[in-house]
Design a protein around this ligand. Sequence first.
Ligand code: FEO
Length: 394
Amino acid sequence: MNNIKLAPGVYYVGAVDWNTRDFHGYGTPRGVTYNSYLIVDEKICLIDTVKYPFAGELLERISQIVDPAKIDYVVVNHVEPDHSSALPMVMEKAVNAKVILTEAGKAETLKHYHKNYDFQVVKEGDSLDLGANKLHFIPLPMLHWPDSMASYLDGEEILFSNDAFGQHICTTKRFDDENDLHDILYEAAKYYANILMPFGKLVTKALGKLAQTPIKMIAPSHGIVWRSHIPDILHKYEQWGSSYATDKVVVAYDTMWGSTEKMARRILDGIAAAGVDAKLFKVSAADRSEILMELLEARAILVGSSTQNNGPLPTVGALLTYLKGLRPAGKLGASFGAYGWGGGAQKVIDEGLAGAGFAVDSSLALKWIPDQAELDQCFEYGLEFGKKVLAAKK
Ligand code: FEO
């Protein structure tokens, strides 16, 4: 890929990883990018690095613009290895560079790379004079790790936001207006749901910090750069941070011999009959990250499972673990499924949903294979659940 200029003296020098399909449990069917940016002012500053296998590519891109030995500053906005694991290779070339990061970032960098670089710790309100521009630092703890921060280039009004506003999508086009807006907003939602969902209150706080800042460009460390649709992505983050939801239910199930699947389909019909949108996922056949993406703006989830050994199927257990970590806020949940003798899956699912922060509603469990009357019961269950979802609208 050719180097891309964001603004006078500001370049994209990152890497596009077309082939990665998993990002610590988050499915990435469109690959991943590790965005790194080079600012060439009176001082030369690199914003973030890349995942280590792409260190050579990063250094080559930098070398097309400037000798890496001339880099004065390397800003580590976030220590997670997708952004910092090329740091040791960069520092071998940028021998005079200071490493700019938060206090937590310094502690984490020492524990990751065991090298005492020339660190400069920054905090809220600190800035770095690069010449024509100053770089201002905005700590964003837990978006996505304790060390995380954004850096703001004042002259060009570019926010280097690291994980925030990112998307996992590979394209040869680096800007929002060069890509399909629906595609990138979809991937931004999926990214938020799978990475930032537990930190909604902190997202709202971060947006408050940025409210008075003029922003011409948001340059995240994953995906495309926002320059034409900044209000759109800020609006979506505002909604997601405040648990915005529509009249939608996600029905996620797995089935041993097909009975729970029959139940799921009739329940779905009932929900739809209530006038509520519903999305159906067989957990063993679906991308878990997509289920979470759909749940982001849904008001409720119904989790279905056959009973196996007094609990849910392992695929459903894994979904519950994932939900517990991401803690979707302000949503309704319930369970359903078929069993043979003792049952037990619904109790475990309900406990899992409660542990993940859902308001848990009544479950539906049926023995062996549902007959027509029981399928009608499933429809009624879905219809009533759909009505509760409509009633839960704020
Ligand atoms: Fe893209 Fe939290 O790393």
